[in-house]
Write a protein that binds this ligand. Sequence first.
Ligand code: SF4
Length: 388
Amino acid sequence: MVSIERNPTRAVQVGSITVGANNPIAAQSMTATHTQDVEATLEQVNALHAAGAGVIRIAVDSKKDAAALPSIRSQTEANLAIDLQENYRLAADVAEHVDKLRYNPGHLYHHETEKPWQEKVKFIAGVAGDHDCAMRVGVNCGSVDPAKKEQFDEDDSIGPMLASALEHCELLDSIGFTRYVVSLKDSDPQKVIEVNQRFAEQRPDVPLHLGVTEAGMPPDGVIKTRIAFEQLISRGIGDTVRVSLTVPNVRKPEEIEAAQGILADIAIGRVRSVVDFGLDTLNIISCPSCSRVENEAFIELAEEVKQMTAYAKDHAITIAVMGCRVNGPGETDDADLGLWCGPTHVNLKKGSEPIGAFPYDAIIPRLREELDRIINERGDVAGTVAGV
Ligand code: SF4
């Protein structure tokens, strides 16, 4: 075993486990079923729990989603977290049935725009405190607090994420709520490494949940994530982890198996040297899918994109494939070509320029056209242009 000195983080209890304070690093996952479909969601929760998930996150976007929680809670032993988006007030409807509340600072701006974000965080923390819940401040590269973005250069994606996370920690500490963890996720493993290192330098006491968002399909998605985890965990950073993979629902427990495999390898020093992903090769990123997916054809589409684009493997081009219209538009911003899926159509954009919405059976040839165009525009010199 390799001896790794972990950061002296606070202990944060999440249901039956404690994260931080040198406790074993917990592997987490998130359900991808429709939360309102209690039977399917419960089946996935229990499959993830059986695979060894320390915490399982469930998206709650509506009152109907919230209404499913009591039934799910009553039929599983798993530690449950909920994922809040714009509708932060739903925390009050579900907190008594879960062990952790996750909110994204960048999503607190959409509802009640006149109300300061501080009031909303105090509300969520109050609910968490009343119901014995931990919290996660989940900062994501695709949906960073717009006010923070304004304070940094357009090409500095790390500064706003870091500032946003630190600001939320400060507020939570100031109101005496310290039972929280932070996550800072990006689809680029190098950025995940940098932002988490910089955060841990300033707040070595705050437990970190690590993940590379939209890592894609296995095996590439596992490799990208492994790079980030190896670099961070070997430096003592990281208390919980998630390997986000684009896989069909029945294969979701692979996220836990992959996380456990990486953690076991790091523990015995079996690590790879860092590969610079995205610098001189084709980089396909795709979201891990969750209950917000509106058409299950998304999983198949992600696979088709991977197969169709294989011919361009030596070009530094990033293509992002996202499962929904909620996060898809924002999370494809940094890609050369971005796709996000609606119920009947797939939206395509080149950089920040929308190209159009195409039926599922028409998107692949259209994507190929745009990919060829980019390769030609760049002079057809493989591997010389940074994609993002
Ligand atoms: S892009 Fe949409 S479907 Fe995919 S993980 Fe994010 S919220 Fe879920």
